[in-house]
Write a protein that binds this ligand. Sequence first.
Ligand code: TLP
Length: 348
Amino acid sequence: MPTSHIDLRSDTVTLPTPTMRQAMATAEVGDDVYGEDPTINALEELAATTAGKDAALFVPSGAMGNTAAILTHCRRGDAIVVGSLAHIYIYEVGGAARLNGSPYLPVPNLPDGTLDPAALASCLGMGEDIHESHVGLLCVEDTQNMCGGRVLSVAQLRDYAALAARHGMPMHLDGARAFNAAAALGISLAELVAPATSVMFCLSKGLCAPVGSMLAGSQDFIAEARRVRKLLGGGMRQAGILAAAGIVALREMVDRLPEDHALARRLADHLGNIPGIAIDPTVVETNILFFSLADASRDVADFTAALAREGVLMSGFPDGRIRAVTHYGITADAIDRAAAAIARSLVA
Ligand code: TLP
């Protein structure tokens, strides 16, 4: 994509910062499969401390982190309980089913990102009857991407973890954007993820690292997840070059996330004033916003193509919604120009 575009398709499009490039160029490295990459070891220690867990594992992607968690927590064939709009359920190529024979028990996500309580109770209670799979894991997502970056509170996560524990299972948190949730709540990552047995969080989204996510949990859990990462082809060698950027991400890029949230609200406020756009600006809590076209007969792909011709990139979804994600490198001026381009694209 030309760099002149205002790219709001995702916060995954962020580029490594100059400090990251510098850290990558000078990183001390070794063979991580032997446990001998000092920079990866340092990142894993920093990530464990940041998340308030005993240990952490560097993985190439969020999807691999979630999949490794599922394969580590569950026996083969155990079902997993997951939100109907969860990334694990919709966007991870059916990894739990394909790689672990795990059926999904989807629980409807409510508009605020939480899980329908009655359906959740019923799914967690399955597994007694011989017709049913054992249920091995509850997966929750915070922020909830497809609900619009909605934030689940610590109290909510604590309730889910307690419910899962009552049914004898752990809770995994897909915290791809957990730092955004923590920032919105004004708390630390460790406070947010304390209720989760394991958590995956990404370095490669709003935090700008080119590659990588962290999986964190107990020592035993991470030791086994390390074996599963090898199984999945994620045993990397001198990947300290990548971990160096991850260390910068954790040290320097977390505190600025509220800037992204303010820009998403700015865009939402603009869109609220554009006739022809359907949006509830009050539900924008972090760096993700969704809107739709009041004219439901207008093809979304046609609209996003018109918008791209105006120099603004956003993601259209089959349900008619359009997603914009703010991130490092996007300015208030770019948001104002994006809003003006949206108004023009409505009539293009
Ligand atoms: N999300 C990407 C796309 O895959 C949709 C995006 O642009 O939002 N959990 C959540 C909640 C995510 O949003 C994502 C990525 C992942 C996991 C997977 O991370 P990666 O892309 O590193 O495998």
